[in-house]
Design a protein around this ligand. Structure first.
Ligand code: PGA
Length: 249
């Protein structure tokens, strides 16, 4: 049974003041039955947000994790540190990390492994860009990016208790042009098929310009198990409505 999962990715936005306001507006969401809601604040606010989330039922996630364990890696944050402060989730391979910060498939695979090793649930983000889509290479790109979890796909590594993949077409992120739900469904179906046994319980999320107007149609698709929300997760009103619509209420 794959319950809906909604993740808010705040990216590099907010201040102590705005975050407190946002949390005040969304703290009731964690008590909503039948849905798991995660927020991913910037690193520096994780501790404070985590403390405020206690007893709300909302889950804490990070936006990035180091591919290294610990040691002389100035500026990096290790998976064990995230687990230590109460994070349960972490995004790996977000397209902004891939495009701007050198997160290639090898590094993403290491980050995934680090996160899993520390008991976190890594959310593997994959997605083709506009050029690749125009060239008809969307699936090829997704399949290559899924190589980050090849040991799981091939059954060489134990299937994690919770496997989460987020399909986020780069051309849909922050553009207001979300992908067509039926096209997403086709790709999600292929992703699930490739995952084999691990695919049955894996949650496959869609991300890219998710708003109140499109979340219901997306969630109506059988292989869309949740959404990864960027811009709209910064508004308590919009994020609340998205979570409510995602549960079908
Ligand atoms: P968006 O971002 O909802 O603002 O398009 C999604 C994401 O990058 O995770």
């Amino acid at each position: 049974m794959r319950g809906p999962l909604v993740i808010g990715n705040w990216k590099m936005n907010g201040s102590r003041h705005s975050i407190v306001q946002l949390l005040d507006g969304i703290s009731g969401l964690g008590r909503q039955a039948g849905i798991e809601v995660v927020v991913c604040p910037p690193f520096v606010y994780l501790g404070e947000v985590g403390a405020r989330l206690q007893s709300t039922g909302l889950r804490l996630g990070a936006q990035h994790v180091s591919e290294y364990g610990s040691g002389a890696y100035t500026g990096e944050i290790g998976a064990a540190m995230l687990a230590d402060i109460g994070c349960g989730y972490v995004l790996v391979g977000h397209s902004e990390r891939r495009a701007l910060f050198g997160a290639d498939d090898v590094r993403v695979a290491r980050q995934f492994e680090q996160a899993q090793g520390a008991g976190l649930t890594p959310v593997l983000c994959i997605g083709e860009n506009a050029e690749q889509r125009a060239a008809g290479q969307a699936w090829e790109v997704l399949r290559r990016q899924l190589a980050a979890i090849e040991p799981i796909v091939e059954g060489r590594a134990p299937c994690p208790r919770t496997l989460v993949i987020a399909y986020e077409p780069v051309w849909a992120i922050g553009t207001g042009a979300a992908a067509d739900p039926q096209e997403v469904q086709l790709l999600h179906g292929r992703i699930r098929a490739v995952l084999g046994a691990a695919g049955r319980d894996a949650r496959i999320l869609y991300g890219g310009s998710v708003v109140t107007d499109n979340v219901r149609a997306l969630m109506a698709q059988p292989d869309i198990d949740g959404v990864l929300v960027g811009g709209a997760s910064l508004s308590a009103e919009q994020f609340t409505a998205i979570c409510e619509l995602a549960t079908g209420s």
